[in-house]
Design a protein around this ligand. Structure first.
Ligand code: 13P
Ligand code: ZN
Length: 259
């Protein structure tokens, strides 16, 4: 295996995978992660693999992506064998494997489509994290939670600071084939404005400046969902914090325009 050294990024994969495993969010080989790099290395012409979509904003860049079938509990111990380095061609239409793990996550189309969108709309967000938290998947089985607004308004009103961290709410993509380009493109659209997108009946995807930062936002949303489920389990149907209170809090912190 050709090795590479991006120590800060590898540390970020390692620490985040450790916590994903501890939380029980990434069961078995569930979930995947990537970090976008500005890489100078040139691809050999014959290394080119056609991308399912053109990614002009990723032209000449590189991506570190977890391998398909890799386990968070193992990445958390030793990330290097589980992560591949991929380079995008200078015309943004092809990619090639450079080093590390050679079998990319089946969600490669989503990671590439989303990095392309992030580079355009929120270039500081270099990291993408996808995982399968129980409390969030369970929300998708409630008919009332079949859209982004219903989920955002109810779940982010369970705790005083949740909407402050996620003023725009979350994005939502109806059930789509795992690993499909459709899932990737719909997610990319939702992530132009949001930092989290819920994949119906599947899991969640978060973006951040680092994987740890993406994990933070996910942790806030997941905790709010757990408050909701705990109240439901006690036989209560919580109203949540009123919209007026939410707006008052957002205004006090200068984030109302993001609501
Ligand atoms: P990979 O192991 O191929 O990354 O797939 C896991 C997953 O969660 C797909 O959505
Ligand atoms: Zn998944």
């Amino acid at each position: 295996m050709t090795k590479f050294s991006y120590q800060n990024e590898l540390d970020d994969f390692k620490a985040t995978a450790h916590w994903l495993a501890l939380r029980g969010w990434s069961e078995a080989a569930g979930g995947n992660m990537s970090i976008r790099l500005d890489a100078p290395a040139k691809l050999h012409e014959n290394d080119h693999i056609k991308l399912p979509i053109d990614v002009p904003y990723l032209a000449g860049k590189a991506v570190l992506l977890t391998g398909s079938g890799t386990r968070a509990r193992e990445i958390g111990l030793d990330p290097l064998p589980h992560i591949g380095l991929y380079k995008i061609s200078d015309d943004g239409r092809y990619y090639g494997w450079i080093a590390g793990n050679k079998t990319p996550s089946m969600e490669l189309p989503a990671h590439f489509a989303i990095h392309n969108t992030l580079e355009q709309h929120r270039p500081g967000d270099k990291a993408i994290l996808h995982t399968h938290p129980v409390s969030l998947i369970a929300l998708c089985h409630m008919p009332l939670f079949n859209n982004a607004k219903a989920i955002s308004d109810k779940i982010l009103s369970m705790q005083s600071e949740a909407r402050l961290i996620l003023p725009e709410g979350i994005g939502f993509v109806k059930h789509a084939l795992p690993g499909s380009l459709e899932l990737g493109l719909k997610s990319a659209l939702e992530l132009e404005r949001h930092h989290l997108v819920l994949w119906q009946y599947h899991g969640i995807l978060a973006t951040g400046e680092t994987l740890a930062g993406a994990f933070d936002k996910l942790e806030v949303f997941e905790k709010s969902a757990r408050v909701y489920w705990q109240l439901r389990a006690a036989g209560l149907d919580p109203c949540g914090i009123s919209e007026a209170e939410i707006k008052h809090t957002l205004k006090a912190f200068g984030r109302l325009e993001r609501y």
